[in-house]
Design a protein around this ligand. Structure first.
Ligand code: NDP
Length: 286
């Protein structure tokens, strides 16, 4: 039986630490930290994520400057909204909730965010800083994975890490952060041959493919640390939906040494890192 890596409890702990930090910093600054989440359209999953982020902000004492735009908002209108937030002294973090409607170009919008307010850590300047091993704002999901591994004192140096997925949001920054922690890193993707054999050599296996329960028993080395980043919604025959990860939890759990649940694993850690980035920017601007 694997030990559970409890992201929910760890995220709550981080949030309490941030709350205390804000309490001590606010008198110097004369205002709380501020986060602006920009949402476009009515994607129901995005609406839930945005609401969760706002609730978490409220809990730790971060002011929300969220803006909700209709689905037909133009690229220019969004650029202007970001420019205004860049100038707004009450706002320390800005993020654009993805995915965006088809007609919008998410990457060019990311360039518009002032790098020091890039709460999601996805601005090319911050990603470049990660490549160079410099300090700076880090992408929230992989940073959440690293923080959870640290919390459970999982040794990383010299270990074989395999990252399944190479997206700019998760896989690539994840691989770089593991490399920074002195793991020997392999990145696998949809064109990888013998993926199961590669995965089953991993001491640390990170699944970020967006394929429900793709990672089965034959991908897991006995005793491995298995981190499931995936969040997939499955519907049963009665139309009831449930969340599953990219890992087949029932199959992997008896083999792994440590494993994250879905939900309650990397999801809450991602939100905690978003809050942490916002507070870090706030602190730097004092
Ligand atoms: P993307 O779709 O952007 O990337 C998926 C990656 O997985 C790609 O690199 C793709 O390869 C690879 N891949 C897809 N299918 C296979 C396959 N059959 N075998 C091997 N590799 C495959 O997804 P994201 O990185 O944005 O997200 C991944 C998962 O993580 C999703 O379930 C998403 O919902 C979840 N997520 C969770 C977050 C959280 O807070 N917990 C935050 C962000 C994402 P290729 O490049 O070759 O196409």
């Amino acid at each position: 039986m694997a030990n559970l890596l409890d992201g929910k409890t760890t995220a709550q702990k981080i949030q309490s630490q941030l709350r205390e930090k804000i309490k001590t910093l606010e008198p110097q600054r004369g205002r709380p930290p501020g986060l602006a989440v920009l949402m476009v359209g009515d994607n129901p999953a995005s609406a839930v994520y945005v609401r969760n982020k706002e609730k978490s902000c409220e809990r730790v004492g971060i002011a929300s400057f969220g803006q909700h735009f209709p689905a037909d908002t133009s690229q220019e209108e969004l650029k202007e909204a970001i420019a205004n937030l860049n100038e707004d002294d009450r706002v320390d973090g800005i993020l654009v909730q993805l995915p965006l409607p088809e007609h919008l170009d998410a990457v060019s919008l990311l360039y518009e965010i002032a790098p020091h307010k890039d709460a999601d850590g996805l601005h090319p300047m911050n990603l470049g800083g990660l490549v160079r091993g410099e300090k700076g704002l880090r992408s929230c999901t992989p940073a959440g994975v690293m923080r959870l591994l640290e919390e459970y004192q999982i040794p990383l140096a010299g270990k074989r890490a395999v990252v399944l997925g190479r997206s700019i949001l998760v896989g690539k920054p994840m691989a770089l952060m593991l490399l920074e922690a002195n793991c020997t890193v392999t990145v696998a993707h949809s064109r990888t041959e013998n993926l199961e054999a590669i995965a089953s050599e991993a001491d640390i296996l990170i699944a970020a493919v967006g394929r429900p329960e793709m990672v089965g028993a034959n991908c897991i080395k006995p005793g491995a640390v298995v981190i499931d980043v995936g969040i997939n919604r499955l519907e049963d025959a009665n139309g009831k939906s449930r969340l599953v990860g990219d890992v087949d939890f029932q199959a992997a759990e008896p083999i792994a040494g440590y494993i994250t649940p879905v939900p309650g694993g990397i999801g809450p850690m991602t939100v905690a890192m978003l809050l942490q980035n916002t507070v870090e920017s706030y602190q730097k601007r004092i």
